[in-house]
Design a protein around this ligand. Structure first.
Ligand SMILES: C[S@@+](CC[C@H](N)C(=O)[O-])C[C@H]1O[C@@H](n2cnc3c(N)ncnc32)[C@H](O)[C@@H]1O
Length: 250
């Protein structure tokens, strides 16, 4: 199976699971509300959720009226959690890597993905494969780490701070150099891929998508003040980038 499968590492999985168990986390407070706001009406739609993880999104899509949801992921641990905690009659979870979605026979009305494409080595190739899994004019809504966030190599503090620790500036390094970035985050050698914003946009356009909306993550002043340790830096940089696209060509 292609791709790094870090979520099956015990320490990594436990850390991710416990951060999601806490109600105040980046996914529930920032990512999910923005992504949900970009979705079309799901009634009667066949949905594919790429990198479904623990199944929270798949469950929401089912509750929002989707005809069916297929959640795919590379991690057995994430899928086991999803099946145990976020099942419904119209949801199916399968262990399929995103790089292998051409093995799925179905064509979908809506493809979604939350914070998974950071792990895609060949983003352009993946966009072409996704387009082929979509009906003409189907929608594709996804989020990923913002390129400003992935332009980091772990050897310096993410923020320049005052003497009292207040964040003054967000730091980035080698924004213009694309490729794998290995950092020590929860485990040694956590790997994701950094790409510039223009590379993401051009890969979508060249694959045959029409980009209809792009958003950068924002968080309310209220939440930032309430949880400064977690969200205080979000005033300096958007954590995530979001796209809503339409399958223009087949
Ligand atoms: C940050 S988690 C996001 C999970 C879920 N989408 C959410 O928002 O809660 C990233 C997920 O991508 C999955 N993943 C990583 N590489 C993958 C690949 N090559 N194919 C399919 N899933 C992958 C991981 O196993 C993990 O479940």
């Amino acid at each position: 199976m292609p791709g790094q499968n870090i979520y099956d590492n015990d320490a990594f999985f436990e850390s991710f699971r416990s951060s999601r168990d806490n109600e105040v986390n980046f996914n529930d407070c920032i990512e999910t509300p923005i992504l949900l706001g970009m979705l079309p009406d799901l009634h009667g739609k066949k949905v594919l959720d790429i990198g479904c993880g623990m199944g929270q999104h798949a469950r929401l899509y089912s509750d929002m009226g989707a005809e069916s949801v297929l959640g795919i992921d590379i991690s057995e641990k994430m899928l086991a959690y999803a099946k145990a905690n976020n099942s419904a009659e119209n949801i199916r979870y399968e262990r399929i890597a995103m790089e292998e979605i051409d093995t799925i026979g179905t064509q979908f009305d809506l493809v979604t993905s939350s914070l998974v494409f950071d792990y895609a080595e060949d983003f352009s190739g993946l966009m072409r494969k996704i387009l082929h899994r979509m009906k003409k004019d189907a929608e594709f809504v996804f989020s990923m780490s913002h390129p400003i966030v992935t332009a980091w190599d772990g050897v310096y503090d993410r923020y320049t701070r005052t003497e009292t620790g207040e964040r003054l500036y967000a730091n980035l390094r080698n924004y213009c150099v694309e490729g794998p970035r290995k950092v020590n985050w929860i485990v040694n050698g956590y790997e994701c891929y950094h790409r510039t914003v223009s590379s993401l946009i051009n890969a979508l356009i060249r694959a045959g998508f029409r980009i209809e909306e792009c958003q950068e993550a924002h968080i309310s002043d209220e939440l930032r003040k309430q949880y400064p340790a977690l969200f205080g830096g979000t005033i300096h940089r958007p954590e995530f980038i979001f796209f809503r696209c339409r399958a223009e060509k087949q």
